[in-house]
Design a protein around this ligand. Sequence first.
Ligand code: HPA
Length: 256
Amino acid sequence: MPAFARFAAAARSLAPRVAVVLGSGMGGVATAFREHATIPFGDVPGLAPPTVSGHGGRLAVGAWDAVPVLVSFGRLHFYEGHPWDVVCGLVRVAAGLGVTAFVQTHAVGGIHPALGPGGLMAVARHLTLFGPAAWRTPAPAAPYSPRLLKVLTDYEAAAGRGLLAGTYAALTGPCYETPAEIRALKAMGADAVGMSTAREAECAAALGLEAAAVSCVTNHAAGIGGDPLDHAEVIRNAKLAADRLAALLGALVAAV
Ligand code: HPA
């Protein structure tokens, strides 16, 4: 049996209702995840092998605490040269395996004053002004599920912490922004900036899935912290909020 047929059979027998995408350097967040089967992106029809260090590039099915979950260790990015169809292939594969919710995590640069390295933000809305258009038809106006957003903010409130429900600016990368671009994004209402997630959330909503996203702040956005940005720092700092993110994701998958 080809690798994907075997993986799909394992997924169908577990019947996960939720997919969780773990972004740059966040694979370690899945401590509560017991893996049953896994497959590299390159063996999944519609996906492609990843090209960025720090991104695992494989799918797995298993149990997150007691909840069956499809986990993607890494994702594909537009800046790797993949067309939007392939970037969003993960959403279609997850939907094909029967999930009803698509949850994403990613690294961001913090623009909002409360968002420094180690901080988290729930994505309530996004800007996709700067990339080439992904769709010919209008994208879903509000792809993020208000219900799942409330699960996230309620969980953090119950733990005595605030969680900003903010605006995520999705740029195509791969280079980080200039300080002038960050000032412009701030004026447009962006709280955090990253290079993924938005098109996938739109695709998920268009397919009728509940979409949610949690941003993990790895650095102050360009010109805000003073320090120049580099990819190694982003990967290192992605681990700062690991415990808090793990707990939050556990609550979210249990609520789907
Ligand atoms: N900009 C864009 N993407 C990012 C950043 C950033 O500052 N940090 C992590 N991903």
